[in-house]
Design a protein around this ligand. Structure first.
Ligand SMILES: NC(=O)c1ccc[n+]([C@@H]2O[C@H](COP(=O)([O-])OP(=O)(O)OC[C@H]3O[C@@H](n4cnc5c(N)ncnc54)[C@H](OP(=O)(O)O)[C@@H]3O)[C@@H](O)[C@H]2O)c1
Length: 251
């Protein structure tokens, strides 16, 4: 995708990967709008990077999305890039007597329906642009699940499949469909400890790698995946699925 002079909306732009992408794109000369629920973080990002626009948005509220879409259409009719990055991640123990599917439903609501709704809301605008892109954030876990995050991994597998079909359907339009599949990165996705976990990739390192992949078009089939995650991506094809699954999910 073009790396400068875009108008970019990033959902899930208040923290972590979304915020780091927002700052990187802003610093490269793009108009950036970030959306999320936390008012204090929206204010913080717009204070620290004057020019970035913050919009309050809870993707679990379809009316809020309608309002935001209307607002964006009026104020930013040249919107040509959507980064659908919102996501939540929770451990689920289905052996527990407490497990009742509520957490699973919340994850589906945000990670699946949230992304579908946001793409549906902005696709009509993107279709009017001479060049456009949609990037949605799945996960390296889309290809091989961690069993303690069952619905999270399944939600990302859903996105992988859905984006593949979206890309195929839009193949004759100038809208690039990209899938960002991060590894384990230092953000607060699963709580504060993840941001300091030495096993996770530093956020700044990951986002500069993503910007380099985008800049050099290093995303075969529209997939932005680190080299080290290719084995998971192709585990079925290469006959390694069972052994990699076992290594990731020790009994
Ligand atoms: N970090 C990793 O290890 C990793 C690995 C693979 C994939 N990912 C994916 O990367 C994406 C970003 O995650 P992150 O790691 O950067 O964690 P994060 O800092 O927790 O970011 C999640 C973002 O989603 C927003 N969000 C959550 N629920 C929302 C809702 N209902 N409506 C609107 N916004 C909502 C949050 O903003 P508010 O709370 O302000 O609404 C926040 O900006 C997610 O899709 C995640 O699944 C992360």
């Amino acid at each position: 995708m073009r790396m400068t002079d875009n108008t970019i909306l990033i959902t899930g732009g208040t923290s972590g990967i979304g915020r780091a992408l927002a700052e990187a794109f802003h610093d490269r000369g793009n108009r950036v709008i970030v959306a999320g629920r936390r008012h204090d973080l929206l204010t913080d990002i717009t204070d620290r990077r004057p020019g970035i626009v913050g919009m309050h948005l809870d993707l679990n509220d379809p009316q809020a999305l309608e309002r935001t879409a209307r607002d964006v259409r009026q104020r930013f009719p040249d919107l040509n890039v959507l980064i659908a990055n919102t996501g939540i991640s929770r451990v689920e123990d289905m052996t527990s007597a407490d497990w009742d599917g509520t957490t699973a439903e919340n994850i589906v609501q945000t990670n699946v329906l949230g992304v579908l709704r946001v793409v549906a809301a902005f696709l009509p605008t993107l279709k009017t642009q001479p060049t456009a892109a949609i990037m949605a954030t799945s996960s390296a876990l889309a290809f091989l699940p961690r069993a303690d995050f069952p619905t999270y991994c399944a939600s990302k597998a859903f996105l992988h499949s859905w984006l593949t079909s979206l890309r195929h359907q839009l193949r004759n339009l100038p809208i690039e469909i990209l899938e960002l599949s991060p590894p384990y990165v230092q953000t607060e996705l699963t709580g504060a400890s993840q941001a300091a976990d030495p096993r996770a990739m530093p956020l700044a390192t990951y986002v500069s790698e993503v910007m380099a992949m985008l800049e050099h078009g290093r995303h075969p089939r529209g997939e932005l995946l680190l080299e080290r995650d290719q084995a998971r991506r192709w585990a079925e094809r290469d006959g390694n699925y069972d052994s990699l699954f076992a290594a990731m999910n020790p009994v």
